[in-house]
Structure formats: C-alpha cells, structure tokens
Write a protein that binds this ligand. Sequence first.
Ligand SMILES: [Zn+2]
Ligand SMILES: [Zn+2]
Length: 216
Amino acid sequence: MITIKRFAFNPFQVNTYVLSDPKGECIIIDPGMQGDAEESKILDYISNNNLKPVMLLLTHAHIDHIVGNGFIAEKYNLELTAHKDCVPFLEGAESYATSFGLTLEKVKSIDNFIDEDTVIKFGDSELKVLFTPGHADGSLCFYSAKDKFVITGDVLFNQSIGRTDLKTGDYDLLQKNIWEKLFTLPNETVVYPGHGPETGIGFEKMHNPFVAIGKE
Ligand SMILES: [Zn+2]
Ligand SMILES: [Zn+2]
C-alpha cells in the first residue's frame, strides 16, 4: 500500500506529495517548497521515515508547482520527469517566478519525458499515467488502481476545476479530459489535487458545480 503525505507549500499553497512504498522508496510530486522552513519540513519527513527518493515528478510545470525542483533534484541527486509539453513553461520559468513573486534560484530542465504509455514504478508500487491537458499543456494525472487514488494536479479540485485562462488553457479540452480520463475511474477513487483538500471521484461527479451541472 502506498503512503501519501501532503505538504502545502509557497504562497500558492501548492500540494507537494511524497508517495512512499512499504520498501521505503518514495517519489516526490510537484515540489513547491520555498525557503529554509519549507525545505526542512520535507527533508525531515523523508529522513524521519527512512525514505529513499527515487523520482521527481511533475503534474505540470506552472511556476508554483516547480519552484522547489532545483532544491530537490540537487539534494537527492534526482532527474526530473514530466511530459514533453512542459518544456516551454520551464524555459520561461525565471520570468514567471518574478511576475508571481516567487524565488527561483535555478531552473531544472526535464531529464525524462513520460506519456500515457509510461508506468511509474517505485518499490513494488506502480502508477498509471493519464494525459489530461486543458488547464496547461503537458498536464498529467497519476493513478493507482490498486490503492484507489489519483493525483490530479490542477485538473480537478475538491468542488472545482483548473483555471483555463492562462497560456495553453482550453476549457473544452479540460472538460473532455475530466469526463473521459477521471470520471471513468471507479467512484471510490480518492482524488489528491494540486491545491486544497482531498475529495473523491464519485463525490465530484455529483457535487462539482463546474462539471456535474450543465453536462446533460
Ligand atoms: Zn497549474
Ligand atoms: Zn497550481
């Protein structure tokens, strides 16, 4: 069973997730930490639980989700794994950081490109990759059928959906991907979004005002 630890980092309160396997290997998703206090929180969690980080992964490359990339990559000597459509966001990351009031000391570029044919493996655990653009190009969700959860980034939130007014946003595509890739998962699947608290696929199908109502 995968253990999921959520941290809310930086002024945008991005959820950074550490997913660990019983064997002690872990992956870090969307490293948003800024400054010593936030960096210490994740380092302490990893060392106190004797975890071995083996992968650094992005749901997408909006600036609030990537500001801790350089720190984590250097600290644990990790490569960065993301979809290839994230590249333009990383190329512009320094100017995005300044315009959003964040500090970005070094930009880590992507080492490994993944897509829906990739299976993410750590310890004895696996995650399926779902390609879900619409909020931003290169958006991925990560699904565990066995442990019944999905990491959704900024695609689907508790009773909300990702904004589509930023560069590469596409409202119709976001709706299509939510319905085709996420709402086809079992209702009991727990949703871990990029911001805010957890929710469930079944609950969102019934109660999310941005998707549930007006579909018919
Ligand atoms: Zn985003
Ligand atoms: Zn975000």
